[in-house]
Design a protein around this ligand. Structure first.
Ligand code: GLN
Length: 312
């Protein structure tokens, strides 16, 4: 069933305001000090159809850093650069059920390979697989890729968020040293983390996220030009990970209640898509206990129920 966009555009502002009230029950992330300044009651959504309809409501211009949403795109770029086999030599294909920055499972399996590319350990390994001679070159290639998918060449790294994360990243550093010790990470720790912090700090708004999501909803083709930006097979892999691990250890519940591929970030962004129909970008900085935008998840649940979006 295709979504009734006329009704959706009329109803979206009031649904958004109802979800915004839920923000009071969440909390803005503060473990990266720069992130704690985000307004806790902000909520914005952009929904773009593959035919070119654009629906927007709330704080669509509010900018935020991609954080873990960027991991979907570094995975895609690593697949493009290295191919499937080289990527899956280094990261697994399974959800963990643990927090995104957990070290637990790295000690439980041999040879300490991260379970998937969307947890921090996996994404750090993926950062090292991006083609480029230097960390700066790798980070530039990721930025160029994201600019191309979002259709905006002015997208840039938020340097203060990047510095803030780097200064306080004791846990990610420990993960990276652990991976290095296990010989899963070939590059050195600091240059790899530099790439990782830079892609997490790419600053966007929910329109950019919606635009990128339409490319995934369209199996890797730019919906406007029809040009292939990502091979369909790699989009298939990314969407599978989004279903099984995209919402951290809330992915199972999200699949049951919302049922569409999605990826969240700790600054409150969510990228979601209805395959063949819609790309969705959301920002709502107040997070629930699992680290996902509390109002964003609430809004997606309402919309999915109303328009029967579940792919299952
Ligand atoms: N940059 C963040 C970190 O490494 C990304 C985590 C997230 O968005 N969940 O902690």
């Amino acid at each position: 069933m295709s979504t009734d966009l006329r009704e959706l555009s009329t109803m979206l502002p009031s649904w958004l305001e109802a979800s915004r009230r839920i923000s009071a029950q969440g909390a803005v992330a503060s473990y990266i000090p720069e992130l704690q300044h985000a307004p806790s009651d902000a909520l914005g959504i952009a929904i773009y159809s593959l035919e070119g309809h654009t629906l927007e409501a709330g704080d669509c211009s509010h900018s935020f850093t991609m954080q873990s949403i960027s991991k979907v795109f570094t995975l895609l770029l690593a697949l493009i650069d290295r191919g499937e086999q080289a990527v899956f030599d280094k990261v697994g294909m399974e959800p963990t059920g643990d927090d995104f920055n957990s070290m637990l499972k790295l000690e439980l399996v041999e040879p300490g390979k991260p379970f998937n590319p969307l947890i921090n350990a996996g994404a750090i390994v993926i950062s090292s697989l991006i083609a480029g001679q230097t960390p700066a070159e790798k980070a530039e290639r990721i930025l160029a890729f994201i600019r191309r998918l979002a259709g905006d060449s002015s997208i840039a790294v938020n340097e203060s968020v990047c510095r803030s994360e780097s200064r306080t990243a004791n846990r990610n550093r420990s993960l990276a040293y652990f991976l290095k010790d296990n010989e899963v990470l070939d590059d050195d720790v600091e240059p790899t983390l530099e790439v990782y912090f830079r892609h997490c700090s790419i600053e966007v708004n929910c329109r950019h996220i919606a635009r990128m999501a339409t490319v995934l909803a369209n199996d890797g083709r730019d919906p406007q030009t029809g040009r292939e930006l990502v091979p369909r097979r790699y989009v298939q892999i990314a969407k599978s990970f989004m279903i099984t691990c995209g919402m951290y250890n809330e992915s199972g519940e999200f699949s049951i209640r919302v049922g569409i591929p999605a990826k969240s970030g700790v600054s409150g962004g969510i990228l979601a898509l209805v395959p063949g129909q819609l790309g969705i970008g959301i920002v709502g900085p107040a997070l629930n206990g699992k680290g996902n935008s509390i109002a964003g998840v609430h809004l997606l649940k309402q919309l999915s129920e109303r328009y029967d979006w579940s792919i299952f």
